[in-house]
Design a protein. Structure first.
Lengths: 228, 228
DNA sequence: CCCATATATGACAATACCGTGAAAATATTG
DNA sequence: CAATATTTTCACGGTATTGTCATATATGGG
């Protein structure tokens, strides 16, 4: 799957220039005219990075960035801001921490690509295809899961759930966070459904004495903790 | 099937010289005038190697190479770059990792062929090799398949599908990935068609007790795993 | 020790996914 | 062009998976 970039830009010609530039360089491009539309598109599919104009009708680029930063799912999404010359000096400083890079208009496509590429390299390393803890081993390549070397059977949803938990060991997830990450945002399922799937995972791990790795955090949700 | 080479060159006389050179030496040749056309042709059929001119109208050779490198399907396609004398020193260095070899114009056909052959040999080109696992043996030269030494009959699509799977043992492919690799990207066929071909492959392997090598990965797709 | 709240668990109906045969469409061969 | 082989689509049925609910059990505060 190609790297996907979300472009948020209200001026049609600039938006099209951006689309063309990224498409030509092999990215998947999603475009939005406003920050509001951008948020919708993000809910449908999380992009790998966002290029957003500073000036937008309605919610502006800074507001969008702030909002994305506040949201746990998008908190570390790389954001590149487009600004007109003269704006950057004062205003951007007031929001130093929020964006990852900015480019002043007019910009050259070449420069934009170089920045974006550098940013992606910086923020998203190559994905590891083995997750291991406490003898549980997820092979993301073959979609196999083994416990102490023995392959075990697991259903797709349980697999994804376990993957999310094991990618973040010792981190407590709220049910809603797990729903977002495993089920996606566009589907609505009851929060209690998470409990049922945790139960099923524990049943699978129990014969190997590893059900204690899936811990309940009362009042919050669940957590994966490796045991020895 | 012969090794196929995609030539990307806008100057007609050079393009024809290249075509003639490779055809005479027994290669299948696909030609494209621009990088954009080249991408289309690649979508139709993935070549074994690409010879591309540095200077092209529209997307240039470097951009093409970059894009191919980024795409998982073409990431390790051997690329030979043609450059005019004097260009190579500075610019090519800035893109050292992306191409596999380059040749300065004017070049002798003899030298070009030698380089291409060396590159194909180096990158494990499809010259005279076999894929074998669990007694299933694909002879990529003669397009034959034998199981425990006995030649068996198989249709072209089944062959290609089995080849893709056996080239990547233990890797789970989504149906869409198999469609890209076996059918090409530009054709549209239903994802479920993959199922039918997997069914046929299993029927072929079943009498030899090898149908278990083709495993269903529920919710994802399929996987080849050698059994002993 | 009891209550209020949160989580665990088993059961069940709905659903999604896959295998399969067969017909229709397409390509290949003589 | 006819005959044959291959490929694609479709639809049906079986089965694993999934979401929800009802009920049981646990937890922690007062």
């Amino acid at each position: 799957m190609a790297t996907s970039i979300l472009i948020v830009e209200d001026e049609q010609d600039i938006r099209e220039l951006l689309e063309f530039t990224f498409l030509r360089d092999g990215y998947d491009v999603i475009a939005a005219e406003t920050a509001e539309i951008a948020l919708q598109k993000i809910d449908i599919k999380l992009p790998d990075m966002i290029v957003v104009d500073w000036m937008l009708p309605g919610m502006d680029g800074i507001d969008l960035a702030k909002r994305l930063r506040r949201d746990e799912l998008t908190a570390d999404l790389p954001i590149v801001m487009l600004t007109a010359r003269g704006e950057e000096a004062d205003k951007l400083k007031s929001f130093a921490g929020g964006i990852d890079d900015y480019i002043t208009k007019p910009f050259s496509p070449r420069e934009l690509l170089a920045r974006v590429k550098a940013l992606l390299r910086r923020s998203g390393g190559p994905k590891n295809n083995l997750i291991e803890a406490s003898g549980i081993c997820l092979d993301l390549n073959s979609y196999r899961i083994t416990i102490n070397g023995n392959e075990i059977q697991i259903s797709p949803t349980e697999y994804k759930l376990l993957e999310v938990l094991m990618r973040n060991p010792d981190r407590a997830f709220e049910r809603s966070q797990l729903l977002d990450r495993v089920w996606g945002r566009q589907v609505y399922v009851e929060e209690r459904t998470v409990d049922v799937h945790m139960l099923r995972l524990r049943k699978i791990l129990k014969p190997h004495g590893l059900d204690a790795t899936l811990q309940t955090v009362r009042g919050i949700g669940y957590r994966f903790t490796s045991v020895s």
